[in-house]
Design a binder for this molecule. Sequence first.
Ligand code: KIV
Ligand code: ZN
Length: 391
Amino acid sequence: MSTNKVQIFDTTLRDGEQVPGCKLNTDQKLVIAKRLDLLGVDVIEAGFPISSPGDFNSVVEISKLVKNAIVCGLTRANKKDIEAAAESLQYAVRPRIHTGIGTSESHIKYKFNSTPEKIIERAKDAVKYAKTFVEDVEFYAEDAGRTDNEFLARICEVAIKSGATVLNIPDTTGYCLPEEYGAKIKYLKENVKGIDNVILSCHCHNDLGLATANSIAGVQNGARQIECTINGIGERAGNTALEEVVMILKQHPYLNLDTNINTQLLHSTSQLVQHHMGISVQPNKAVVGENAFAHSSGIHQDGVIKNRGTYEIMNPEDVGVNESSIVLTARSGRAALAYRAKKLGYELTKIQLDIVYPEFLNYADIKKEVENEDIHKIIEASKVFINRIVA
Ligand code: KIV
Ligand code: ZN
């Protein structure tokens, strides 16, 4: 499909919830699903309905609640899984069944003790059976990242002929390099009959920290759906982070690819997921980390105060953060001190700043971060004088 819109398939509630100790109850899943719908994701993978009665029930309730996004349920390539998914999705306005099977040599040999031909048959049967319940069927070729491209193309072609509307090409183990993953997508685009009538999807894991780069390589080579999670949570080292791929596409307009995401909700959505899952993202996490728009070294602070673009490639407001922060530490310079003092009502002249700055450094060497009340104390105690701007 030649469109510049990249569909965002959120799997926070399925692959994301596979994080050890992060089990969500149905009420929490409903809160997150409602927020994902508001955020503008195109697909919500609500769960793996056969896996437990709780997960089944969550998919039912999410299906009733969600009004805009497609609601999707995961299955393995067998009838029972597919029937459970179909039943759990019966109230969805736009239901999708996500079915598939492992396609790499190691999956075929060790996981299934099977043969490539038998795996192709199971894929065909699963897609055809899912198709008897819903129109929208996504097929995944698990461990596609390590699957031989010729075999992958064969199984994709069979899935299309059987009625698949979306083909998911997971780098399940996070092993691919971006060039390799991009080339895999390109190979499929060029060698699978009927490929232009379906959407190719990237589902990349982050075992080597390449999930985001691989997903972007995928869409640069013709994929039009990215499977991702809020904060990049998920099995082992996690999945592609939704906020990262969305902002990459937004900040690089020459790629000519965009999404339906309301980016101003990214920060609060990240906070909501952290709260319910009970895991905080690291402060230096791209886009949504606490330090993503914080500047602490003197050189950077001076640059940002003069012109934000000197050290920031995106506007914090675009992701729902009110403003960048200038953190006062022992690495901060006079520009940062003067900037903060001005915000607190003190217009310091150069001479006054020269007097106050050494005392500021004394504070900063003792404290990790100098706070507003410290600044008040330092300036008032120094008895320099000082034109207060505001009373
Ligand atoms: O990583 C993976 O291969 C998956 C599939 C089940 C889609 O999560
Ligand atoms: Zn996965």
